[in-house]
Design a binder for this molecule. Sequence first.
Ligand code: C5P
Length: 228
Amino acid sequence: MSEVILALDVPSREDALHLVDAIPEVRWVKLGPVLLTRTGMGLVGELVERDLQVFLDLKWHDIPNTVAGAVAAAADLGVAMATVHTLGGPAMMTAAAQAAGPVSLVGVTVLTSHTPAEWALTLGRVDQPLGGEVTRLAVLGREAGLDGVVCSPREIESVRAVLGEGCPIVTPGIRREGDEAGDQARVATPAAAAAAGASHLVVGRPVVLASEPRAAFRTIMEEARCGH
Ligand code: C5P
C-alpha cells in the first residue's frame, strides 16, 4: 500500500506543528527549503521526536564531497528519506549513497512542474522524450546505489518496470478530481498513482490549503488505498 507523505509547505514552525497535530493519521512528513530556511534544522528533531518519518527534500545537486557531507548530516538528524538530484551525475550519487547509512536516498529525475516543451528547452535539445529521460535517470541512480526515485505519476509504470518491485518510487503531483493543479504540469489522482505502483505519494496544497486539512488527508489516504 502507498504511504501518503504530507508536504509541510507552510510558513512557520507553529503552522507545521499545528498541521501535524491536527491530522493524527499522518506518519510521514516532507520538509523542504521554504520552511527549513525559516525555522532552521531543529524542526527535523522535533518531528522525529513525535515519531514521524521525516522526508528531507532538499534535492541536493552539488559536487560529490559536498552532497556526501549533507547526506551524512541528514542521517545524524534521524531523517528517514532524503532527495538528491540525479542530474548531479553518477559520481555525486555514488558518494551520496555511500554516506547514507539508514537514510533511504531517492533521486529526483525530472521535476513534476516541467512540461515536455520546457524540459526540451532546459536540455537544449528536442530529441529526448521526457518519459524516456525519467527512466534513463532512474536507472542511472540505481546503478550509483540510490534506493529509489522521485518522478511524476505519469512515469511511475515505466520506472517500476525498469527498477522492479520493492524500491521506493515517490510521486508528487497528486491531485484529486477537481483539485487545482497550480504549477504542477504532470499530475494524477491518488488512486491512479497508487495503482501505477507508487510506494509514496507526496501531497501538499490539496491538504495544506484545504478548509478541513484532516478530512482532505483522509480522503487522499482512502483513494490511495482503493488504487491497490
Ligand atoms: O502542493 P503540492 O502537492 O504540489 O506539493 C508537492 C511537493 O512536492 C512540493 O513540496 C514540491 O517541492 C515537491 N516536489 C515536486 N516535484 C518533484 C519533487 C518534489 O513537486 N519532482
